[in-house]
Design a protein around this ligand. Structure first.
Ligand SMILES: Cc1cc2nc3c(=O)[nH]c(=O)nc-3n(C[C@H](O)[C@H](O)[C@H](O)COP(=O)(O)O)c2cc1C
Length: 320
C-alpha cells in the first residue's frame, strides 16, 4: 500500500480538487491536430482495434468493421492486445476503441498506442463506449487520438457511444428500480446505427482529405483524473481474493487482468498492483472473485445482467 506520506499528499490534493469551483470547460488543455499530410485519400485496408472488458466496445468495433467491409475495404479487427503490430504501417486507416475507465482511457490502452511504430500520415479515428452520463467521455476519446497523433497519425474522427455500465460499484443499488437506473441503458439499434454512420463519416472524411482538430478541455472530471480516482476507490474495497471452492481455474480473470495481479496457484490477488478495473469479477462466471464494498460482496457484470434479466439487442451484423 501507499506510504503514510503519499496518503497525506494525495489527501491534500483531493481536498484541493474538492474545493475547486466548477472549472470552466472552455479551458483547452491540449489541441489534437495533424502534424503531417494524410498519406492517402483511398482506404483499401483498415485496422479496427479495441480493448473491451465486457463486450460493449467489442460490439461497436465489430459493427464498424463490418460496415467498412461493406464498402469494399479489407479490415483486420480484434482485441488490440492480440494485434501483430508489424501490420500497422500497411493499413490506410486505423480506428481504436476503448471503454472509459475512471473518466479516461485506461493506461494499458494508452501504453498499447505508445508501443506502436511510427504511423506516418495514416488517418486515425477513435471511439469510446461509456456507462454513465457524466464521464468525461470526449476527453477520454481525445486521449486515444493524442497517442495516435504522437505517432504521426492524422486525426479524422472521434465518437462516443453510450452503453451499459460495467462498473461493479454501480451494481449494488439493489433497492433501486433497475429500469430507471441511468447506468443500465442497454445499447440498441440506435447505438448501432450511430456506429454505422460513424464508419461512413470516417471514410468520407478520408476521401475528401479532411482532417479535424479536437480539443481536450479542463473539466472537473478531467481534473479529478490527476488524483488517481481508482486509487481512492481501492481504499474502500476489501477482501479482494479468489474463492477457492468456486474457482474452476478457467483463467478468465487472468486473461482480463491488465496487471497480472492474480495468482491462481495461491488463489490470491495482489491488491497493490491491481488497478481496480473489475475485469476479474466482471468476467468470472462462477462467482469465484470476492470483492467487498462497505461489507457487501460485489457483483460482476454477468451476474448483474442475469439477476436483472437484462438482455442485449445484437446488431444485425452479429446475428448468426
Ligand atoms: C473500472 C471501471 C471504471 C469505469 N469508469 C467509467 C467512467 O468514468 N465513465 C463512464 O461513463 N463509464 C465508466 N465505466 C463504464 C464503462 O466505460 C462502460 O460500461 C463501457 O461500455 C465498458 O466497455 P466494455 O464492455 O467494452 O468493457 C467504467 C467501468 C469500469 C469497469
Amino acid at each position: 500500500m501507499e506510504s503514510r506520506r503519499t496518503f497525506i499528499k494525495k489527501s491534500a490534493l483531493a481536498a484541493a480538487a474538492a474545493a475547486l469551483p466548477a472549472v470552466s470547460s472552455c479551458v483547452t488543455i491540449s489541441t489534437i491536430k495533424a502534424s503531417e499530410p494524410m498519406k492517402s485519400k483511398e482506404v483499401n485496408y483498415a485496422a479496427v482495434l479495441w480493448y473491451s472488458q465486457t463486450g460493449n466496445t467489442q460490439k461497436c468495433g465489430k459493427v464498424l468493421a463490418r460496415t467498412l467491409e461493406k464498402k469494399g475495404i479489407t479490415v483486420i479487427d480484434g482485441d488490440l492486445r492480440n494485434f501483430d503490430q508489424k501490420k500497422i504501417t500497411a493499413v490506410d486507416l486505423i480506428v481504436i476503441g476503448s471503454p472509459v475507465f475512471y473518466y479516461d482511457t485506461p493506461d494499458f490502452v494508452k501504453k498499447f498506442i505508445q508501443s506502436l511504430p511510427d504511423i506516418n500520415g495514416i488517418p486515425v479515428a477513435a471511439y469510446v463506449t461509456f456507462g454513465g452520463p457524466e464521464g468525461n467521455q470526449h476527453n477520454a476519446a481525445c486521449s486515444i487520438l493524442e497517442g495516435l497523433v504522437q505517432k504521426h497519425g492524422v486525426p479524422v474522427g472521434l465518437e462516443i457511444f453510450r452503453s451499459i455500465s460495467s462498473y461493479s460499484l454501480s451494481f449494488n443499488a439493489k433497492d433501486q428500480d433497475i429500469k430507471t437506473d441511468r447506468n443500465t441503458i442497454l445499447p440498441d439499434h440506435n447505438t448501432y446505427k450511430k456506429v454505422r454512420d460513424y464508419a461512413g463519416f470516417i471514410i468520407s472524411e478520408v476521401e475528401k482529405g479532411n482532417t479535424s482538430e479536437f480539443k481536450k478541455t479542463l473539466t472537473l472530471r478531467e481534473f479529478s483524473t490527476y488524483f488517481g480516482p481508482e486509487w481512492w476507490t481501492k481504499l474502500f474495497v476489501d477482501n479482494h481474493s479468489i474463492i477457492e471452492e468456486n474457482c474452476v481455474e478457467c483463467g478468465a480473470c487472468i486473461e482480463k487482468c491488465p496487471t497480472d495481479s492474480i495468482d491462481l496457484a495461491t488463489f490470491s490477488v495482489d491488491t497493490d498492483t491491481c488497478v481496480l478495473c473489475f475485469g476479474c469479477i466482471n468476467n468470472c462466471n462462477y462467482q469465484a472473485v470476492n470483492m467487498e464494498y462497505s461489507n457487501e460482496k460485489l457483483m460482476g457484470f454477468n451476474e448483474f445482467l442475469e439477476k436483472n434479466n437484462l438482455k442485449f439487442e445484437l446488431p444485425a451484423e452479429l446475428k448468426i
